[in-house]
Structures are given as structure tokens and as C-alpha cells.
Design a protein around this ligand. Structure first.
Ligand code: SF4
Length: 354
């Protein structure tokens, strides 16, 4: 187990590089088809911005891979402000990998209450049980090995390798994807859209040696605070000089102003171009939650958190106010799905947490 440490200030940026103008970037529109070496995004501005603006998040003070894994799994589908108290509660209930591995799954699901997507709790416990059983309780330190753990995908494996073991690896979540795509490729509607594999390779070439931890934290933070999906704050962005989306929008604005007979030179003399926000990236759309299958699955788990064990006939009215006999097949199907995901056990007509 790696000892918990305060993370050092990320404000040790490498020597400054001369900022090119956006036009100096040699990439044609199909930038992502070129070798990663063709892209230029010096680390200094982003790392310096992160050092000055990073939020103080509890998982940024640790290199404990178990704590990092807990935070990453929680953060996958839950906002930071909701995760922070649950992160502390969870680690208080299960302070070590061993304690989580040994706990009854029902107890893990109970502690997970309030976070939603309960399958994450089951997958998290499966992963730490595999670390206990197959790795002697020590997390494997590489992204490749971490991906062999049950329920751990490429993003989580990369995040744990980077944030716990400080490896200079690239990985992508929604925020990183958005920043890389806008910076290296262009506006959100640039066609054809880059394949994730290509974007990841481009991003990997940018990771500054020895600073992968700060670099990846910084890109994620930029995506969360500045380069947001719907309202990127380009005027406050530390990497706007290197951003193809920003350059494209500025060029489009310039053309529009010229067409209107405005003196573009005057505006440029007093400040940077004022690009309209880039169009929202086509990110995954959530189905309406209320009344959805996921919503009813959550209600079933909530009922079982409270009652431990319930016959299907009693469970139905607890999850659906107008439950009637004709809903029995629907309820059984929902429960069967939860059972396949390891969230409940169905014995005869009784349901309980595992
Ligand atoms: S300049 Fe704008 S679009 Fe480009 S990375 Fe910064 S916030 Fe995002």
C-alpha cells in the first residue's frame, strides 16, 4: 500500500516556450490525421493556471491507490460537490482495501446511498477483492494491469496509474476529450469528428515527462471550470493561444466584422478577438431520469436498503405508487436485471441485497 502523501504543488512548470499565434500551428483542418508530434501545446500556461486555480479536492492530497480508485469510481457519474461528503463517509466506513473487500456487499450498497448508479459500488468491491486475491492486496501500478481488474475500464485504469502512481499516461474522460478536441482539432462541429483512439494518441504526445499527474489534473480542471460544454470561458482560458477552436471562431468573427465594414484592426489593437462560445460538444445525452428504468432500479435498491428482504408483491407498491398485478412481469424483469448486475439476490419470490 502506498503511503498517503500531500501532493506537491503542481506549480513547477517547465521552462517557458514561446507562444505561437494560432495561425502558426501547422495543422490543417484534418489535424487529427497527422502524427501527434505535429501538435503543439506547451505545458507551461496550463500547469501555471492549474497551480493558481486548482480546487482543493480531498483526492488530490493522496497517492493511496485505493482512495484514488474510490474517488474515480464515484466521480464517473456524480458531480464533485456531491462526491466529496460521500467520499469521506465511504472511507470512514471502509478505510482500507481489506475492509471493503471483506464487507458484505449489502453493506457497501447501503453506504453508497445518495450517489446513484449503484452498480459502481458492486464493481468497486469486485475490483478490490481482485486486488486482494490476485495481487496480495497491492494494486498493480500500470494502466495495462489495472485494466485487468473487474469493472475497471481504460479511463479508470489510466487515472489510477497517473494519480496514484504518478505515471505519465494519457486517458480520457468527458472533460479531457472536450479540451483535447477543441484545442487540437477545432470547433465542436469540425468534420469528421476525431476517433477517441486518435485523440488519445494526440493527447499522449502532450503529457510532459515527469508531470503527468499535474498535466492530467490540469486538463480535467480546465474542462470542468473553463472549457465547459455549453459556455467555454475562452477569454479566461490559459491556452487560448494554442486552441484551434478559439482560432477558428476568432477568424470567423473577423470575417463577419469585415463584412459589416468594422475596423478589425482597431479591435485587435485593444485586445484579443472575442470569439463566440464554441458550439456545445455532442456529449452523451442522458435519458430523462424520473420514471426511467434507472429510476425504478434505484427505487428498488432504496427499498431494500430499508427493508433488507422483501417479497416481490410487497416490493412493487414500494417502488410504484399505482402498482398492480399487471406490473408483476415488469417488476420481475427489473429485479432480474439487478440480479445480473450483482445488486440483488432473487430467491423464489423474495428479493434482498447481496
Ligand atoms: S480557448 Fe476556449 S475552446 Fe479553447 S480550450 Fe480554452 S476554453 Fe476551450
Amino acid at each position: 500500500m502506498i503511503e498517503e502523501t500531500k501532493h506537491p504543488s503542481p506549480a513547477t512548470p517547465p521552462s517557458p516556450a514561446a507562444p505561437p499565434s494560432p495561425a502558426a500551428c501547422p495543422l490543417p483542418p484534418a489535424a487529427f490525421a497527422l502524427p501527434p508530434a505535429a501538435c503543439r501545446l506547451p505545458p507551461v500556461p496550463l500547469l501555471a493556471w492549474f497551480a493558481a486555480n486548482a480546487r482543493d479536492l480531498p483526492w488530490r492530497h493522496t497517492r493511496n491507490p485505493y482512495h484514488i480508485l474510490v474517488s474515480e469510481i464515484m466521480l464517473q457519474q456524480t458531480p464533485v460537490d456531491r462526491v466529496i461528503p460521500k467520499y469521506h463517509d465511504f472511507l470512514e466506513a471502509f478505510p482500507t482495501l481489506e475492509s471493503l473487500a471483506a464487507a458484505p456487499t449489502a453493506e457497501v450498497i447501503r453506504i453508497w446511498a445518495g450517489l446513484g448508479y449503484n452498480r459502481r459500488a458492486v464493481n468497486l468491491q469486485r475490483a478490490v477483492r481482485a486486488v486482494r486475491d490476485s495481487y496480495g492486496g497491492l494494486f498493480p501500478p500500470t494502466a495495462q494491469a489495472l485494466q485487468n481488474l473487474p469493472g475497471i475500464g481504460p479511463y479508470t485504469a489510466g487515472a489510477v496509474a497517473c494519480f496514484a502512481f504518478e505515471q505519465d499516461v494519457a486517458f480520457m474522460d468527458t472533460n479531457i476529450r472536450r479540451v483535447l478536441r477543441r484545442t487540437l482539432v477545432g470547433p465542436d462541429d469540425t468534420e469528421p469528428p476525431p476517433h477517441d483512439r486518435v485523440l488519445l494518441a494526440l493527447g499522449a504526445a502532450l503529457v510532459p515527462p515527469g508531470q503527468g499527474w499535474a498535466w492530467n489534473q490540469a486538463i480535467m480542471e480546465l474542462g470542468a471550470l473553463i472549457c465547459t460544454a455549453s459556455a467555454p470561458a475562452c477569454r479566461r482560458c490559459p491556452i487560448s493561444l494554442y486552441c484551434r477552436a478559439y482560432a477558428a471562431r476568432a477568424a470567423a468573427d473577423e470575417v463577419a466584422l469585415l463584412a459589416m465594414g468594422e475596423d478589425v484592426g482597431t479591435e485587435r489593437a485593444v485586445g484579443a478577438p472575442t470569439p463566440r462560445p464554441v458550439r456545445r460538444v455532442a456529449e452523451r445525452k442522458e435519458e430523462p431520469y424520473l420514471g426511467s428504468r434507472r429510476w425504478y432500479r434505484g427505487k428498488i435498491i432504496d427499498a431494500l436498503r430499508e427493508h433488507n428482504r422483501l417479497p416481490l408483491a410487497r416490493l412493487g407498491p414500494l417502488v410504484k405508487a399505482d402498482y398492480c398485478e399487471s406490473d408483476a412481469a415488469w417488476l420481475r424483469d427489473l429485479v432480474a436485471g439487478l440480479s445480473r448486475d450483482g445488486l440483488v439476490i432473487l430467491e423464489d419470490d423474495d428479493v434482498r441485497l447481496p
